[in-house]
Design a binder for this molecule. Structure first.
Ligand code: UD1
Length: 356
């Protein structure tokens, strides 16, 4: 098979890494980077650490409004797909890059494979939810990470081409957890396992809202352990713009530049708790048995909540503090996300559908 894979944002590099490896064992993969994320710390370093080959094409689209970004990607991807005539195109997750790739492939009649299909937060005000819904409804092969995802698709009448393969992020997390030297990473950050909380925050609904940001900072200042906050560039910019940088410093929060993948996994595994509005990191915390406090009102990863490992608190100061303080470690951590071999299953599903 000849497959075009389209990536562009940080979490997509994590998802593409195991697919890339499994695919290239027997097939041709052409890798396209939209350029949605472009800083070294947001993009290249992930390719280096995850062993992903350099992209064959970089569309260098960069930042912008959602419509502009998606719109600029569309004709560029269309042109490439017309030229390359692949057997199928893969898109990952729920970013604007996912949406642009999905629309370009669907309009050309190139079969579309969606990795991480069927996720729903049921909150259409999230740009990611719109991207997910549209992408799923124009996909030919929908590779689901969980049984919840399969059920979500069925509820929307989507059953053809739906396959449960497990979560590719677990493949990546397991592989690198075995190879990374966590102890030396923690030492390089000057922290000890269990002695700090890790935080990340980048959702538009949080980072673009001064009230919600301020409430999160106040909550961080009240936690017993120090917070290491890996700052997304957008959040860093907004903390300055809203005059909150001094409060962050006064709160005793340690601000970090965007942290590469291996260091993130090591810091996560050593954290007493994760405080985040990331989708992927809620799961990564679950994979490693780290309690998670999710700074959102909804989540796609409902299993992490139902099993007691994750608490949805939004950005209410008291709720954040209480969730960290009152966490009770559940006795069980079921394998909702498969067995860590999702990528091989995903490629097998593609072979069955597009004739190995
Ligand atoms: C995007 C995805 C989100 C994903 C996240 C992972 C969409 C709608 N959102 O959000 O689903 O969870 O990536 O990080 O696609 N910026 C830089 N350098 C970069 C990239 C971005 O400084 O390399 C800054 C720019 O100011 C940019 C802002 O971050 O405007 C937001 O970037 P964008 O790609 O629009 O969205 P994310 O918040 O990263």
């Amino acid at each position: 098979m000849r497959i075009v894979s389209i990536v562009g944002a940080r979490p997509q590099f994590v998802k593409a890494a195991p697919i890339c490896k499994a695919l290239r064992a027997e097939h041709e993969e052409v890798l396209v980077h939209s350029g949605q994320h472009y800083d070294h710390g947001m993009s290249e370093v992930f390719f280096e650490q995850l062993g992903i080959p350099a992209p064959d094409y970089n569309l260098a689209v960069g930042s912008g409004t959602h419509g502009r970004m998606t719109g600029e990607m569309l004709p560029l991807i269309e042109e490439l797909l017309s030229e390359l005539a692949p057997d199928a195109t893969i898109v990952y997750g729920d970013t604007n890059t996912t949406l642009a790739g999905a629309l370009a492939a669907a309009k050309l009649g190139v079969p579309l494979v969606h990795v991480e299909a069927g996720l729903r937060s049921f909150d259409r005000s999230m740009p990611e939810e719109v991207n997910r819904v549209v992408t799923d409804h124009v996909s030919d092969l929908l590779l689901c990470p969980t049984t919840t995802a399969v059920a979500n698709l069925a509820a929307e009448g989507v059953t053809d081409g739906v396959e449960l393969v497990g979560d590719v992020m677990l493949d990546t997390a397991r592989f690198f957890a075995e190879t990374a030297d966590g102890g030396s990473v923690l030492a390089s950050f000057g922290v000890e396992a269990g002695g700090y909380h890790l935080a990340t925050l980048h959702r538009a609904a949080n980072s673009d809202d001064p009230e919600r940001l301020a409430s999160v900072v106040r909550a961080f200042s009240r936690l017993e352990l120090p917070v290491l906050w890996a700052l997304h560039p957008r959040t860093a910019e907004n903390l300055e713009r809203f005059g909150l940088a001094a409060q962050v410093e006064a709160a005793g929060v340690r601000v970090l530049e965007p942290v590469p993948y291996m260091e993130t996994i090591a810091l996560l595994r050593g954290a007493a708790a994760l405080l985040t509005d990331s989708g992927g990191m809620q799961k990564e915390a679950y994979f490693f048995g780290v309690p998670c406090v999710t700074l959102r009102d909804t989540t796609e990863w409902v299993e992490t909540i139902q099993s007691g490992w994750n608490t949805l608190v939004g950005t209410d100061e008291d709720a954040i503090v209480a969730a960290v303080r009152d966490f009770v470690r559940p006795a069980e951590r079921p394998e909702f996300y498969g067995d860590g071999h999702a990528a091989v299953k995903a490629v097998a599903a593609m072979e069955r559908r597009y004739g190995g």
